[in-house]
Design a protein around this ligand. Structure first.
Ligand SMILES: *Cc1c(COP(=O)(O)O)cnc(C)c1O
Ligand SMILES: [Zn+2]
Length: 427
């Protein structure tokens, strides 16, 4: 007797072709490797261009309302059953006319509001891609070195799939980042040092036998992690009707997000899915004054990043030795953009201005980006007559102390008409 085994319904395969060194171009197979054996340069995912070129707008538009609609443009996650994910993405692109007029922009301005993700920051995108790749590579414990939001997201993703997690943070993070990580029940290790100390320790732990089965999302599976950020470029283009905006303003910690939004725009144009403005798009980067090594290098006219010891309230951006800094500078220079930084008072004002003009309550990273947008317009670096998108990457409730002393009830009154009258509410 013969039995015909029916072929499983075809799952589309990954368009990724391997890992390639960003510095020397050496190629490696897809694996948990982040540095080049030849030159120690960082690796990134390389794609089969022909596979990318087969993707159509209709394929994407018929996909789910989350990042996985772009699975055919990502290195992993083509099979829904294999995903480790909270299904982030398709966050609102908010038209911001009142913010535009407050800062002197005539062209349309939009806020891409990634505080709407499941753990309230853009990190859910990178974690979903990194952990899906990690599980495919056989890892069964999930870890990261985090400035806060990454910790939230890794712990939540691990909880969703019932996997153990161990996340490492600097000991002095905001309560709103610590509690929103610890609540998911994995191990949370507070390190008596800066993020850069945390990251260095994770780089050492990953080499030990005890951590052999552990995927550190931003260390050994970093090339996959970084690709998740591309979805913030794809989505904005799709939400604008498959157009690349003329100008984008992006917060920078390692600088990776900025480089990947630019990469996403390039890919969409190359494969014919989106149209770019006639004179291309321009990328701008935002840092805080307390941690501005990338912007400072650009201002000095070099791409040599001098590490700093971070200070200031924009803790999610406090990476003093940014891994992708030189690549962020390259993208900004190539597209004719600029970078700037904001001090703590300007960041607080940026949070409030964004909230008052758009109804979006951002964390300090968003306040930083809005403050820098304002500076770029005032300095004539950003063209007020061109369509602009500003990225809000995190949620104000996680860094509530930033504005806690500046806002509160407008009035406190007795519960009576007389109370209302005495306060002047009845004229
Ligand atoms: C991590 C983070 C960033 C920056 O990410 P990089 O890719 O390291 O530059 C921006 N905003 C928020 C809220 C973040 O948590
Ligand atoms: Zn190399």
């Amino acid at each position: 007797m013969t039995s015909a085994v029916s072929a499983p319904s075809a799952t589309p395969t990954s368009p990724a072709r391997g890992l390639v060194c960003r510095a020397c171009g050496a190629e490696y197979p897809l694996a948990a490797q982040h540095a080049c054996y030849e030159c120690f340069g960082p690796l990134e995912v390389a794609y089969d261009q022909a596979a990318l070129a087969r993707v159509t707008r209709a394929d994407i538009e018929s996909g789910p309302q989350n990042i996985w609609r772009y699975a055919a443009l990502l290195p992993t996650g083509q099979d829904p059953a294999q995903r480790v994910t909270l299904n982030p993405g398709m966050t609102p692109l908010v038209a911001a006319p009142a913010l535009a007029s407050a800062i002197g922009l005539q062209a349309p301005l939009y806020v891409k509001d990634d505080s709407a993700n499941p753990t309230h920051s853009f990190k859910d995108r990178v974690v979903s891609v990194a952990l899906t790749a990690a599980r495919g590579l056989g890892f069964n414990r999930f870890a990261c070195a985090s400035t806060g939001n990454l910790a939230n997201s890794v712990a939540a993703h691990a909880a969703r799939v019932g996997a153990p997690s161990i996340v490492f943070i600097p000991y002095d993070l905001e309560q709103g980042k610590v509690i929103t990580t610890a609540v998911y029940g994995g191990d949370l290790v507070a390190i008596e040092g800066s993020y850069d100390d945390v990251n260095r320790l994770c780089g050492e732990l990953v080499e030990t036998d005890e951590f052999e089965d552990t995927a550190f999302v931003n260390v050994n599976v970093r090339p996959f992690y970084a690709e998740g950020s591309k979805t913030l470029g794809y989505e904005v283009a799709e939400q604008l009707g498959w157009r690349i905006p003329a100008q984008v303003v992006i917060p920078m910690a390692s600088g990776e997000l900025l480089t990947k939004i630019d990469k996403a725009f390039s890919e969409l144009v190359e494969i014919g899915l989106a149209t770019a403005p006639a004179d291309g798009w321009t990328v701008f980067g935002a840092q805080s004054e307390g941690c501005n090594p990338i912007a400072t290098a650009l201002h000095r006219g070099t791409d040599e990043i001098i590490p700093v010891k971070p200070t200031g309230i924009a803790k999610s951006l406090n990476i003093g030795d940014p891994a992708a800094g030189a690549y962020a500078i390259e993208a900004v220079r190539r597209t004719g953009g600029w970078m700037d930084y904001a001090n703590d008072e300007e960041i607080r004002a940026g949070i409030r201005l964004l909230a008052e003009t758009t109804g979006v309550f951002a964390e300090t990273a968003g306040g930083t980006t809005v403050a820098v947008l304002q500076k770029l317009v005032a300095a004539g670096k950003l063209d007020p007559s061109k369509e602009t998108v500003v990225y809000n990457t995190g949620e104000g409730l996680k860094t509530i102390d930033a504005v806690a002393e500046q806002v509160g009830p407008t009035y406190q009154i007795k519960p009576s008409l007389r109370g209302a009258r005495e306060a002047g509410l009845l004229g």
